[in-house]
Design a protein around this ligand. Structure first.
Ligand SMILES: [Fe+2]
Ligand SMILES: [Fe+2]
Length: 274
């Protein structure tokens, strides 16, 4: 799908209910909330880059695309489950989780740091949607996830290009970049995704338990990752951190990480069954 696609480009009439995996529906509902929250992050980025109108314009366009990801995923979820009330779930999500969008300086300590963190997020989303696109047999979801993944790869490039520009101004070193990258990866366990899962799928049925929601969310995500997704993700993380990884090293790191997340998926599924 080309950049600038809209919901009208999705072939909704190809939907096949017999190919829907209920676990993936829960991921899509949660993902729709997180994506739709892109508007909040646009404000934050525009605050952090207050004197850079060129970047602000790109950030605004980025935010519109993220919101559209949320809309496409929400529409698919409602096609599967007409009872899914996206607006109510989104309100619940914002009540329980809201980033500090009024900050005028990056929470990462510098603009370069902010851009490294954004590259990591886009690495996560591009691999996440690639993994779903390649594992689902439902044709409409596959098309949506392919289109979103292509956007997420473009978003990575947008932030990476800005990062290169700001590195020349700010001079953030490799260690600093790597620390921010690892820190942002570890934030996967924070409230944003877990609470989105809760607001979309469990609200009103049980109390919020972050660890449980994290496990429920990540088990099918991790399960869907394949070698090619992890190798690409490792290359993108290394690039954002300024580290050159030669092919054999990159493959080894990816194999170790893939093994680790598949073992985590086993553990999370075990906890759910217990
Ligand atoms: Fe997105
Ligand atoms: Fe994105």
């Amino acid at each position: 799908m080309k950049a600038g696609w809209t919901l009208d480009d999705i072939e909704w009439d190809r939907f096949d209910a017999s190919k829907v995996d209920p676990e993936v529906v829960k991921l899509v509902k949660a993902g729709a909330l997180v994506e739709h929250n892109g508007a909040d992050y646009t404000d934050y980025l525009c605050n952090v880059f207050s004197d850079d109108p060129g970047f602000q314009a790109l950030a605004r366009k980025w935010g519109v695309e993220e919101v559209q990801h949320g809309q496409a995923l929400a529409r698919w979820a409602q096609t599967v489950d007409p009872e899914f009330d996206f607006d109510a779930a989104f309100t619940r999500f914002l009540d329980g989780f809201r980033p500090d969008v009024d900050a005028t300086e990056s929470i990462r300590g510098s603009r370069s740091g902010e851009l490294v963190a954004r590259c990591i997020v886009e690495t996560g989303t591009s691999s996440f949607y690639s993994a779903i696109a390649e594992s689902t047999e439902e044709p409409v979801l596959r098309q949506i996830c392919r289109a979103i993944a292509a956007d997420e790869f473009r978003h990575y490039k947008l932030f990476y290009d800005a990062l290169r520009r700001y590195l020349e101004i700010e001079g953030l070193g490799r260690i600093g970049r790597l620390k921010i990258a690892i820190g942002r990866i570890n934030e996967t366990e924070d409230d944003e995704l877990s609470y989105a899962y809760y607001a979309a799928n469990l609200f009103g049925r049980e109390d919020y338990d972050r660890e449980r929601c994290h496990q429920l969310y990540m088990a099918p995500v991790y399960r869907n990752y394949r070698r090619q997704h992890m190798e690409k993700a490792v290359a993108m993380i290394a690039k954002a951190s300024g580290i050159r990884l030669y092919e054999p090293v990159r493959r080894t790191v990816a194999a170790v990480m893939l093994n680790r997340i598949h073992r985590q998926a086993d553990k999370f599924e075990g906890a759910r069954a217990a």
